[in-house]
Design a protein around this ligand. Structure first.
Ligand code: AMP
Length: 225
């Protein structure tokens, strides 16, 4: 049984879960439904790499290896992004926070935020995570993602939106995936307790069709379909 909850005027939602759990997909669906931005720190960093900025040069090698970018860099990124006007009514955080110091930094930027924030933890078995990540294909131009079996593009290997060739992200390759899963276990899992203690955490079975998961999340935030 799912209890409906209503967030205050500014909707602040975060997605937590291992790589491949569906954070990006669910964040996008929720953001669209609430007309607020989805903020993906992974996308921001990949854009920085594509632009060749100093942030991109610092983050690039770490991301390729499947590690986590240092907290101080991430806090600068998120602080700048949250100041933009489109965040005034709220946002869906996708991939942030990922460590306890990031969660603490986020709280000090937004005192009292955990009083009405919802953190969705998407739970998916490891075998399914690996299936999803190895079949994931990515558009380097618009950052759209597909899956070779469950969400293929109309034309094999080509992005529906802009015709760009799809690729397997460096960090979706097997060795990097193993490191990302380890980083999740070591650095991100402690956030479960952190948000549980603050009564923000909602555990959701992410091993279902994206639309089914979305309906559950929508019910939690008080906008049932
Ligand atoms: P994602 O697209 O969310 O899977 O993120 C891809 C990669 O970007 C991660 O494996 C990290 O290297 C980096 N990254 C994204 N968000 C964060 C974060 N909050 N803290 C540290 N590293 C991050």
């Amino acid at each position: 049984m799912v209890a409906a909850e209503t967030l205050t005027a500014q909707k602040r939602i975060a997605m937590l879960g291992p790589p491949g759990a569906g954070k990006g997909t669910q964040a996008e669906l929720l953001a669209g439904r609430l007309s607020i931005p989805r903020i993906s720190t992974g996308d921001i960093l990949r854009d920085a790499i594509a632009m060749g900025s100093q942030l991109g040069r610092q983050a690039g090698p770490i991301m390729e290896e499947g590690g986590l970018v240092p907290d101080d860099l991430l806090m600068g990124v998120i602080e700048e992004r949250l100041q933009r006007e489109d965040c005034a009514r709220g946002y869906v955080l996708d991939g942030f926070p990922r460590t306890v110091p990031q969660a603490e930094g986020f709280e000090s930027l937004n005192p009292g935020v955990t009083a009405d924030m919802i953190v969705f933890k998407l739970e998916v078995p490891k075998t399914e995570l690996l299936r999803r990540l190895s079949g994931r294909r990515w558009c380097p131009k618009c950052q759209a993602t597909y899956h070779v079996e469950s969400d293929p593009p109309r034309e094999d290997g080509v992005c529906d939106r802009d015709g760009e060739r799809l690729i397997l992200r460096e960090d979706d390759k097997e060795s990097a995936v193993a490191r990302r899963l380890t980083a999740y276990e070591r650095q991100t899992k402690p956030l479960i307790e952190y948000y549980d203690d603050r009564s923000c955490l909602r555990r959701v079975d992410g091993d279902r069709e994206p639309q089914v998961v979305h309906v559950e999340l929508s019910t939690y935030i008080g906008v049932p379909r």
